[in-house]
Design a protein around this ligand. Structure first.
Ligand SMILES: Cc1cc2nc3c(=O)[nH]c(=O)nc-3n(C[C@H](O)[C@H](O)[C@H](O)COP(=O)(O)O)c2cc1C
Length: 202
């Protein structure tokens, strides 16, 4: 089949986010200007540069108690910082629980029973015990086309690696089995990791 987004797919469910899969999940913690803690998953997320290291995520849609966007976006507008917690299979239930449409005043760490501790380089909380955490300073928020679509870019200012994931000096996702988002209500867990050299590499 072929379809254009303008004309529609005609399928019972939108296939779009099943096409670009698997997507890594950034479990993003933020703090509002008045100190409310926030935690929510974003799968429109990725690493976009090495030097300096930069990440991006996209907020799409809005919360009923927000004029535009979601709590994560609003908090970043207020404080200029955010923290990306990297997830493994063990985090599935907590990740899903933290995606509920909580009011802006709800602390998702408390509501979902996730332990937090302070970041080192930014005034923000991070999830305790994740495989890795990226402390980030927002560099740009780009307003995308359409309703309530925003791209947030940030520079990584501090990186936490869980020592249990360091095997012979390599950060090894095999240890925690990364959680990824598929289409519809589906997730995937990365279990099959193999090496393949690029041309000219030895
Ligand atoms: C695995 C997963 C990935 C998600 N990815 C996104 C995303 O990339 N962008 C987005 O706007 N919402 C995404 N959501 C929905 C948000 O997590 C949800 O709207 C959440 O309530 C936002 O919380 P906040 O208002 O505290 O930022 C995702 C939900 C799940 C379960």
């Amino acid at each position: 089949m072929f379809y254009t987004p303008a004309e529609g797919h005609g399928l019972p469910h939108n296939p779009l986010n099943a096409i670009v899969t698997p997507r890594p999940i950034g479990w993003i913690s933020t703090r509002s200007a008045d100190g409310s803690e926030n935690l929510a998953p974003y799968s429109f997320f990725n690493l976009v540069a090495y030097v300096p290291p930069q990440v991006m995520f996209a907020s799409t849609g809005r919360k009923p108690d927000r004029e535009e966007g979601k709590d994560t976006l609003s908090n970043i507008r207020e404080t200029g910082v955010f923290c990306v917690n990297i997830t493994g299979e063990a985090h599935l239930d907590a990740v899903s629980a933290s995606s509920a449409a909580f009011g802006r005043e709800v602390d998702e760490f408390e509501a979902t029973g996730v332990a937090r501790e302070d970041c080192v380089t930014i005034p923000c909380s991070r999830v305790v015990g994740t495989p890795a955490t990226l402390e980030c300073r927002m560099t740009e928020i780009v307003t995308l086309r359409g309703q309530n679509n925003f791209l947030v870019l940030g520079e990584v200012t501090g990186i936490h690696l869980n020592d249990a994931c360091l095997i012979e000096g390599r950060f090894s996702p095999e240890v925690f089995q990364p959680l990824a988002r598929m289409g519809y209500r589906d997730y995937a867990v990365v279990r099959d990791v193999f090496e393949k050299l690029r041309p000219g590499e030895s």
